[in-house]
Design a protein around this ligand. Structure first.
Ligand code: FAD
Length: 496
């Protein structure tokens, strides 16, 4: 029976990103996907700032930036949100079809040495205290794979979730969104807009030169999951709401989706984890699902690698659910709010008028925008520094090796101890666990989303996913040695 470190079910964006993370850290990975090959469906059309930062942290962003189109706005329930003054190198939505993101991620995962097996549905698994045995189907017949961990990145109808007996509670669909990726004989002057009309609303998004995504939302009907939507049906629905069809033709993809919102009760069952749509589904309002899945993967990847290499106690794996479940719960909550704000009728119109006015306030625009872009996430830590638990900004530094950006320093996906003040040597016993870089920051203050300006810290301990584990403003870095000693003691006490 073949054996590997981690089996990933599902070669969507979540599974592919997880495979890249694990390969960067030297683990053996097999990705299994039920489909005979990639479908090329465009699906998600946008990527937000925090996901771009995360890809940049691994040197994986440039290809996507080159193929996408920056759009300085996002939206909340269709009400535009200007991102252009957000404190990030990427203060925009990157318009890029999911199919291109997947191709980039798959190419990188393979370059890094991951195995991607198509026509390989996960049919079952059983686990004990030391491994998982995964049963795989497909044209080659039934085969079995052994691994230390199985991660279900197998989408909203996850087989892994069902087999693990994990509940998927939430709310049913109340409306339907329909989309078609098309060419337009009579394209509108604006590349991106949406309007509310009668029983719904419609939007036009230019995906690439010559290619448009047309969307129509109907609050007066719910299409069942298995219902086929033909191009003619889509055009009729679009015309009914928009009053015109811009001469749409040559559809690449036609689909429909609802606003069912559900979340896995647990993200872990022993050696089995869930990530991405397998762990949470919701209406694609604000374009958050793919981003959420990629960020789940980056949260889980380094933890799996650290525990498998005995660099961290097994309890680190429990922080995956503790950190990521609340993040997805917040997305479900905001997408439900957005669906409610999208309904038709004079009551919602009044509410939207008030919301539209409130959003002109910078504070409210920032609050909503930082939530949609996930720039404001704060994980719990035992440290009370304002940076602790938050994403590290991509500050410009000068190191002994020359100029560097903080996010570039995270490319090896290792914990990073950044010393920006204080020169006395630190105890280096724990060098095995962390990369130590001494540097000077160009700026004396850093702008932290959701916090504001803070003095550049003296020492920061940064996790491989780019979140701050610990920070201090004191050059002596009091407390750091103790923190690292506690960590190494916990590792030493662990039996694997
Ligand atoms: C119309 C639309 C627009 C969207 N727009 C956006 C957007 O702008 N921004 C955004 O962030 N998100 C958006 N989303 C959401 C986004 O598409 C999903 O959140 C994203 O695809 C989730 O990725 P995933 O890898 O978790 O799951 P998926 O992409 O669903 O991938 C799951 C994979 O698992 C495979 N699989 C299934 N069962 C098995 C099995 N038993 N064994 C092995 N493999 C299996 C499937 O074949 C599939 O390849 C949109 C979604 C829709 C429908």
């Amino acid at each position: 029976m073949d054996a590997t470190d981690v089996v990933i079910a599902g070669a969507g964006p979540t599974g592919l990103m997880l495979a890249c993370e694990l390969r960067i850290l030297g683990l053996e990975v097999t990705i299994l996907d039920a489909l005979p090959a990639r479908t090329g469906e465009s699906r998600a059309g946008g990527m937000h700032a925090r996901t771009m930062e995360i890809l940049d942290q691994r040197g994986m962003l440039d290809g996507m930036l080159a193929q996408g189109r920056p759009l300085q706005v996002g939206h909340f329930a269709g009400i535009p949100l200007d991102f252009s003054d957000f404190p990030t190198r990427y203060p925009f939505t990157l318009v890029i079809p999911q199919s291109l993101i997947e191709t980039e991620l798959e190419n990188r995962a393979k370059e890094l040495g991951a195995t991607v097996a198509w026509d390989s549905p996960v049919l079952g698994f059983r686990q004990d205290g030391s491994e998982v045995e995964v049963e795989v189907g497909g044209a080659q017949g039934i085969r079995r794979l052994r691994a230390a961990y199985l991660v279900g990145c197998d989408g909203g109808r996850s087989t892994v979730r069902r087999l693990a007996g994990i509940a998927f509670a939430g709310t049913d669909a109340t409306m339907t969104g329909m989309l078609a990726d098309v060419e337009l004989a009579e394209p509108p002057a604006q590349p991106f807009f949406s309007h509310r009309r009668g029983a719904g609303d419609f939007s036009v998004v230019q995906l690439q030169p010559g290619w448009y995504r047309l969307l129509v939302q109907r609050h007066d009907r719910v299409l069942g999951r298995g219902t086929e939507l033909s191009f003619a049906d889509f055009r009729a629905n679009f015309r009914e709401i928009a009053g015109e069809d811009f001469g749409m033709h040559s559809p690449r993809w036609v689909s429909h989706y609802g606003d069912a919102a559900r979340q896995a009760g647990r993200y872990r069952a022993g050696r089995v984890f869930l990530a991405g749509d397998a762990a949470h589904i919701h209406y694609p309002a604000g374009g958050q699902g793919l981003n959420l899945g990629v960020q789940d993967a980056v949260n889980l990847g380094w933890k799996l690698a650290a525990v498998l290499r005995a660099d961290a106690p097994g309890s680190l794996l429990d922080t995956y659910q503790a950190e990521r479940h609340p993040v997805a719960a917040r997305v479900l909550h905001n997408t439900r709010a957005q669906t409610a704000l999208g309904r038709s009728g004079p009551h919602t119109d009044a509410l939207r008028d008030i919301m539209s006015e409130l959003i002109t306030s910078d504070e409210i625009r920032h609050r909503l925008g930082l939530m949609i872009t996930a720039l404001d996430i704060r994980y719990a830590t035992g440290c009370d520094h304002p940076l602790a638990g938050r994403r590290i900004p991509d500050a410009d530094l000068v190191t002994a090796a020359g100029p560097a950006r903080v996010h570039e320093l995270l490319r090896p996906a290792r914990p990073l101890l950044l010393r920006l003040a204080g020169t006395e040597p630190l105890d280096t016993d724990w060098n095995r666990h962390v990369e130590v870089v001494t540097a000077r920051s160009h700026a004396s203050r850093w702008t932290i989303p959701g916090v504001g300006d803070i003095p550049t810290p003296a020492t920061v301990l940064i996790r491989p996913d780019g979140y701050t584990a610990w920070a201090t403003d004191h050059p002596e870095a009091d407390g750091l040695a103790e923190l690292l000693r506690d960590w190494t003691d916990a590792v030493a006490a662990q039996t694997y």
